[in-house]
Each structure stands twice: as structure tokens, then as C-alpha cells.
Design a protein around this ligand. Structure first.
Ligand code: HMG
Ligand code: MG
Length: 324
């Protein structure tokens, strides 16, 4: 069985590398890891995972102790046929008291479904580039913001927290480079709508640390640091370097997916999210607390690997299984 790197004794790298003794400055003592595997991971699979297996997967992730799990999407079944069972999934899981469960919602219809499913938190999603928004949610950026207006109002009427995602913040599969000012403009619109949290998406995994260092201060002019999340895909292997840069800037919320599943069907060239195991290994090794049990995440990834019939890409997972 995999060893949990949270224990310095089990991790040779960590003993001399605790946050308090680290020469790196301003590292947070605690980080919130948002587990997006059941949503970002399963939306990108060719096959549809049976509802009972999704429920078991989320229950295993809940047992690992995540503070937030993005469990599904209340989107059009034509857009994402893999997640049409969102209501059944939310009704079937065992909700752990320390975990917040969230889901993507693109419009008022999705919000009504999320309310009926007793969600306490949702995420609206747009992007910093017009072509991606057109492919993903069939609107302009401005139209997407107008669509979110009733979503945010309805959510807040019901005491539901709303995250606003800005995809393609670091680059677009259709338009290439994206100007930081374009990201800031969309952030302004979302903040004006009243979203509670902002998340920047590196949808196709092109981000590099200098971009993180440019965009994080632009965002914190608009949203408190502890309400800013970063969502890296690891297509080009830069996700952990980006996380390290963001940690030094004080960011404390990172998205990742168990095993490294993930990708957007409307973003050609996108591959998996930053793997949760790889992120936890680095954070725990640096003495940063997450409250998540790495061994339990490995068990969830092994379960979903069996359901999908293939081994996920997480480097930690592969190393752990090779030495088990
Ligand atoms: P549209 O076709 O323009 O909308 O899609 P519509 O209002 O004309 O609806 C079309 C049909 O869908 C209708 O059904 C609606 O009732 C139905 P019909 O009358 O044809 O039978 N419909 C719905 N059904 C259930 N729930 C709903 C819903 N809405 C409409 N909420 C729309 C526009 C936005 C709905 C569609 O494009 C959509 O659902 N897109 C979602 C795409 C998606 O989920 N992409 C992946 C997530 S984003 C991502 O992965 C990036 C992220 O990870 C961050 C990052 O990495 O950057 C978050
Ligand atoms: Mg994503």
C-alpha cells in the first residue's frame, strides 16, 4: 500500500523540508484541495461510467477528507452526455459533514436542477477567449455573464455559494495567447455579478509560472486571496511548478483530480488535471497541511481505474503501486 507522505518518517524528502523551516518565503500552512475528478475527470471519458460506480468513487473521495468535491454538472445532456445522471449521483452519495459538494451550472435551468438536488455550492463557468466560450457554452462572453445573472441571484436567495470559473486564462486552444487584461475584464464582470469565489482555469495546460505571477496579483485586486482558486491541467508538465509559484504568492486553493483524469471535450489538446496524489505529495512533503489522506485518494483512484479499465496518469499513483 502507498505510504502517506504527510508523515515525515515515511517521506525522506520531508524531514528537512517542513514549511516552518523552509527557505521559501510566505508559504501557507494549510491549503484547500478541491477534488474535481468526478466532474472534470468523468466528463472527458469516452464511455459513461455507471451511476453506482460514480457514487462509490465520490464516497471514497469523501472518506479521504476533502473539504470540497466537485461532484458533477447540471449541464445540457447533449453537451456532456457523461454526466446526465447528476441528480441521481447527488441523491446517492453519502454526504460527509466536513465536505462541501459542488457542481457546474451553466444557466438558470441548471441552477433549478442543482437546488432540487440540494446543492449548497455551485460553479458558473465562462472563459477569457470568445472562441472557446462559443464552443463550450454556445454564447459570447457577454451573453454568458447575462445568463449567470439569474443563476447567481437564485443561488444567493437559497444561501448557495457560487464560484466563477474563468477558463482559458493562460491560453486558448483556438486563439492561442490570452492577454491578462482579458482575464481581468471577465473577473470584473463576475465580481460585479456577486460570485463568492473566482477560479482561473488553465484549460489546456499551457501555463508557466511567470503567467501565474502576473495573473494572481491581478485577481487579488478584485477578489480576496482566500477566495481565489487555481485550476491547472498538466498537459505540458508545468502544473506543480505553477502551484509552487502560486503558493509563494499566498494562494491557498488548488483544484486537482484523483489519478490525473480530466479534460474538456470542447478544448482540443487538453489532457488531465493536475493529479491530486502528485499535488498532495508535494504539499505534504513541504509541511503544508491539507486534511486529505493520500492513501485514501490512492484507493479512490484505484477504484476508478478499475471502472475505466485503464491506469490514470498520476506519477505518485504509479510509483506507489509499483512499490506496493
Ligand atoms: P444550447 O444548445 O445553446 O442551449 O447549449 P439551449 O438552451 O438551446 O438548450 C439545448 C438543450 O439542452 C435543450 O433541450 C435544453 O432544454 C437543454 P431540448 O429542448 O433540445 O431537448 N438544456 C439543459 N438540460 C439540462 N440541464 C441544463 C440545460 N440547459 C439546456 N442546464 C448550454 C448551451 C450552456 C446549455 C450547453 O452548451 C452546455 O450545457 N454546455 C456545457 C459544456 C460543459 O459542461 N463543458 C465542460 C465543463 S467546462 C470545463 O471543463 C472547464 C473547467 O474545468 C475549467 C478549466 O479547465 O478551464 C471548468
Ligand atoms: Mg478543467
Amino acid at each position: 500500500m502507498a505510504r502517506d507522505s504527510a508523515s515525515p518518517a515515511s517521506n525522506p524528502a520531508s524531514a528537512s523540508n517542513l514549511a516552518s523551516a523552509s527557505p521559501l518565503r510566505r508559504l501557507p500552512a494549510h491549503v484547500t484541495v478541491v477534488e474535481v475528478g468526478p466532474r472534470d475527470g468523468l466528463q472527458n471519458e469516452k464511455g459513461v461510467v455507471p451511476t453506482a460506480e460514480k457514487i462509490r468513487y465520490i464516497d471514497l473521495l469523501s472518506a479521504a477528507g476533502f473539504a470540497v468535491i466537485e461532484a458533477t454538472s447540471f449541464v445540457s445532456p447533449k453537451a456532456i452526455p457523461q454526466l446526465t445522471d447528476a441528480a441521481e449521483v447527488m441523491a446517492g452519495i453519502q454526504r460527509r459533514s466536513g465536505t462541501r459538494y459542488t457542481a457546474l451550472v451553466p444557466n438558470a435551468k441548471g441552477m433549478e436542477r442543482a437546488i432540487a438536488a440540494n446543492l449548497r455550492e455551485v460553479a458558473v463557468f465562462t472563459a477569457a477567449s470568445e472562441t472557446f466560450v462559443r464552443h463550450n457554452i454556445n454564447s459570447t462572453i457577454a451573453e454568458s455573464i447575462e445568463r449567470f445573472r439569474p443563476v447567481v441571484a437564485l443561488a444567493h436567495e437559497h444561501g448557495i455559494r457560487v464560484r466563477g470559473y474563468i477558463s482559458t486564462a493562460f491560453g486558448c486552444p483556438y486563439e492561442g495567447a490570452v492577454a491578462p487584461e482579458a482575464v481581468a475584464r471577465v473577473a470584473d464582470e463576475l465580481v460585479a455579478l456577486g460570485v463568492d469565489d473566482l477560479a482561473l482555469g488553465d484549460t489546456i495546460g499551457v501555463a508557466t509560472p511567470n503567467q501565474v505571477a502576473t495573473l494572481v496579483p491581478l485577481m487579488t485586486e478584485r477578489m480576496a486571496l482566500d477566495h481565489l482558486g487555481l485550476h491547472f491541467h498538466d498537459t505540458r508538465g508545468t502544473a506543480l511548478a505553477n502551484v509552487l509559484t502560486a503558493l509563494e504568492l499566498g494562494v491557498t486553493t488548488f483544484d486537482s483530480s484523483a489519478g490525473g483524469l480530466g479534460g474538456c471535450p470542447y478544448a482540443p489538446g487538453a489532457s488531465g488535471n493536475l493529479a491530486t496524489e502528485d499535488l498532495l505529495y508535494m504539499l505534504h512533503g513541504m509541511g503544508i497541511q491539507t486534511g486529505v489522506d493520500l492513501n485514501a485518494v490512492v484507493r479512490a483512484s484505484q477504484f476508478i481505474a478499475g471502472a475505466l479499465g485503464r491506469m490514470p496518469t498520476s506519477r505518485y499513483l504509479q510509483a506507489a503501486l509499483a512499490t506496493a
